[in-house]
Design a protein around this ligand. Sequence first.
Ligand code: 13P
Ligand code: SF4
Length: 301
Amino acid sequence: MDYIQEIKRLKKEKNAIILTHCYQPIELDEISDFVGDSFFLSKKAKETEADIIVFAGVHFMAQSAKLLNPDKKVLLPNLNSGCFMADMLNLKQLREFKSKHPGIPTVCYINSTAEIKAECDICCTSSNALSVVKSLNVDEILFVPDTYLGKWVEKKLEKVKVNTYNGFCPTHLRIRIEDIEAARKNHPGSKILAHPECHNAVSRLADFVGSTKEIMEYVKNSSEQSFVIATEKGVLDRLKRDYPQKEFYLIRDDIICQNMKWNTVQDVYNALKNEEHEIKIEKEVQKKAYRCISRMMECAK
Ligand code: 13P
Ligand code: SF4
């Protein structure tokens, strides 16, 4: 069967859209309506008038789409698509962490479950974390679950104390100082672009630190010819495709998030055809978590 043609036909028949994160296998782009980072896809999920959203990403992203547009049917093609970082923080751990710092607003990275969002004040993604924290107008926050993004925000904003939970992304943490040193030696003159989920010691040595979208924008707007990509390989694959005249190197061969690679074209087809793997959120959680995520959408447009 020609899955690609069938998916295109089913999308029309069922009034469905496919949202795809830039870390997904690149062959999904052909069937996707929008490809981008988690904030861009959240905006697309919120504004769509389609009846079905197939979310080619990880679970928290599909769940965020459901939070933002609860009347839609949101499908995750392959249920193995979790996120190690999101799984590092459960409700009990969040409550314990908050009880050690009473009265301080809690910002949660979008890489968290709906239950966590329901107990936090505002959500952020890596592309809007600075504006979200600034919007609170306070001098101290709690930041969960990613300690490295939280500490990066603290360094950038200087005047806000950021108490971070000790979660992290195992994929980005594979990147070591020695990898940056080796890249400088092997690719002299290349710009090193890193995601803020990297260890802060690594981010400090990069030429630019930004979200997936910001990294792609940096390349688009730069007159430089050569780049070392210190984030997930899906970003490198798309940059190579979109800018064939430029040179790109992945900082290490193993910066691959396995969670992001489960969804296949066939899984998308099955999800859409059978309307399977629907994201469901308990009513009370939906109500509270919606407040948290929509506050982000209000302050970071
Ligand atoms: P973005 O917000 O840049 O899309 O990143 C999401 C993510 O999971 C990074 O590991
Ligand atoms: Fe989660 Fe890291 Fe994969 Fe992003 S790259 S989805 S943070 S495990």
